[in-house]
Write a new protein. Structure first.
Length: 118
């Protein structure tokens, strides 16, 4: 079992930056591929970034590519999502998740809300 807790969300102006953290407990996070998802109002949850177990490989969805960066500190059991050049369309609840298989995500955090004002 892995427990995930996101933090760092809040209200930010368009063009600003926010860093989200995802702290894991229960098992060491380096056993898992980690993903970041978001769910905007009225939309389905969608993956926006993922990072390999070592942190060497990352992937990003097109809407955030070049603006968001995910990193991990396995010694601290924490994964991060740095979000820059934020747009109102980035307003959503952001979730981190852990995957053993690299395809299905087994454990989820409770989410943290990010609101970007224009």
């Amino acid at each position: 079992q892995v427990q995930l807790v996101e933090s760092g969300g809040g209200l930010v102006q368009a063009g600003g930056s926010v860093r989200l953290s995802c702290a894991a407990s229960g098992r060491t996070v380096n056993n898992y591929v980690m993903g970041w998802f978001r769910q905007a109002p009225g939309k389905e949850r969608a993956i926006i970034a993922s990072i390999s177990r070592s942190g060497a490989y990352t992937t990003y969805a097109d809407p955030v590519k070049g603006r968001f960066t995910t990193t991990r500190d396995n010694a601290k059991n924490t994964v991060y999502l740095q979000m820059n050049s934020l747009k109102p369309d980035d307003t959503a609840v952001y979730y981190c998740a852990a995957s053993q298989s690299s395809t299905d995500y087994d454990y989820w955090g409770q989410g943290t809300k990010v609101t970007v004002s224009s």
